[in-house]
Ligand binder design. Structure first.
Ligand SMILES: [Fe+2]
Length: 378
């Protein structure tokens, strides 16, 4: 467990290597957190829920940090407003690196002793939490660099590949089981496993591509009110949306920021950075629809996934029998089960082994900074 813990911690730092010092503290909007904040908050999680909880003589690195780097856990005290994370030029990145090193040493010491099963479970949760933030770091670094006039290069990481399989998978009507039922780590929102009835359907083996999306744009998809939800149409009109996030029309050609720089849109790659409204409008235009999360999970073993999170048309709701843990960690998932849609799969920014077919990601319908795409059903 010590090795696993330290490997995950190092991976987070590795993701930040291409950044310059100036990149660490900015917060372009309230949905994007500064990289420095992610580095500190993931450390706070271990300090708060492992070291302070289980090590009797533990002395905090800095008593202010529990206020500065708590995200949303009201049961453990107040926290800095989400939108104010970018105002904190102090503590410095050097302070945060020291904080990480201090907590890593304390954690290694703790893990080398006699650790109870329930305590190990909290460490495992902290590791999975940090993996989630590694993915958020990728989104936020892309946003920070991809909204600058010069589109600075992050590096060659986080690149999509061409899909290799096409056509549809057919599923018969019937009763199927979804949700997590096994001995390994999973989030509370994946339980309880339960039965669902599905009508017969066919699901595409491939994600929608940029080439498909260019055709949608050329056909006037963003101008046809009949394809859109009312909320989606207000969003398109209010913000004059004409393409996915990071796309710009440059002298008649669509280009995008893809973390390697500002490049021509590659027609063969899956389209990314579209929100639920756009995914729905595209599906309407094709005369198809988005899958439900049950439909997605039932075919998960027969499709390639893991390039992009895939929008489903399912509301993010508790499964039958869902129970939040008592106390602060009960705030992890349950309190977000309102006004969001689930996304399934995983992405090029997801830590290896982090996702699984029962994994439920979730975002509001208007979000598109995450690495997401879509797959159609008929
Ligand atoms: Fe967090």
């Amino acid at each position: 467990m010590i090795e696993r813990f330290l490997t995950i911690r190092k991976r987070t730092e590795g993701i930040c290597v291409p950044l310059e010092i100036e990149d660490y503290s900015v917060q372009p909007n309230s949905d994007v957190s500064p990289p420095k904040w992610h580095l500190a908050h993931t450390t706070w999680f271990f300090e708060q829920f492992v070291l302070k909880a289980f090590v009797s003589e533990y002395s905090e690195f800095d008593v202010d940090y529990s206020y500065l780097f708590n995200s949303y856990y009201s049961n453990v005290g107040e926290h800095v407003l989400r939108a104010d994370r970018g105002l904190m030029t102090r503590p410095t990145i050097a302070d945060v690196v020291n904080y990480r090193n201090y907590v890593d040493e304390q954690m290694a010491l703790f893990l080398s002793g006699n650790v109870a099963k329930g305590q190990l479970e909290k460490v495992e949760l902290g590791i999975n939490h940090e993996e989630q933030h590694q993915e958020l770091l990728a989104y936020d670094m892309k946003y920070i660099l991809g909204h600058q006039p010069t589109f600075p290069k992050y590096g060659d990481g986080f690149q999509l590949k061409k899909e290799r399989e096409f056509g549809f998978v057919s599923v018969d009507e019937g009763v199927y089981e979804i949700g997590y039922n096994g001995p390994n780590f999973h989030f509370d929102n994946e339980e309880n496993s339960h039965k669902v009835y599905l009508n017969a359907y066919e699901m595409s083996k491939s994600l929608v591509t940029n080439g498909n999306w260019l055709a949608f744009i050329a056909a006037g998809g963003y101008e046809d009110v009949n394809l859109w939800h009312s909320e989606g149409w207000s969003w398109v009109q209010g913000l004059e949306i004409k393409a996915p996030m990071y796309w710009y029309l440059d002298r008649g050609e669509w280009k995008y920021y893809d973390m390697t720089g500002f490049n021509l849109v590659d027609k063969d790659l899956p389209v990314m950075h579209i929100n639920l409204y756009e995914a729905h409008a595209y599906a309407e235009w094709k005369g198809m629809r988005l899958p439900t999360e049950a439909e997605w999970e039932v075919v998960a073993d027969q499709i390639q996934w893991g390039q992009l999170w895939e929008w489903t048309n399912s509301a993010y709701l508790p499964y039958p029998g869902f129970k939040s843990e008592a106390g602060a960690l009960g705030e992890y998932n349950g309190k977000f089960m309102v006004n969001q849609k689930t996304l399934r799969g995983g992405s090029i920014a997801t830590a290896i082994g982090h996702s699984r077919k029962t994994y439920r990601n979730f975002f509001h319908a208007d979000f598109r900074l995450q690495f997401c795409g879509l797959r159609l059903v008929k």
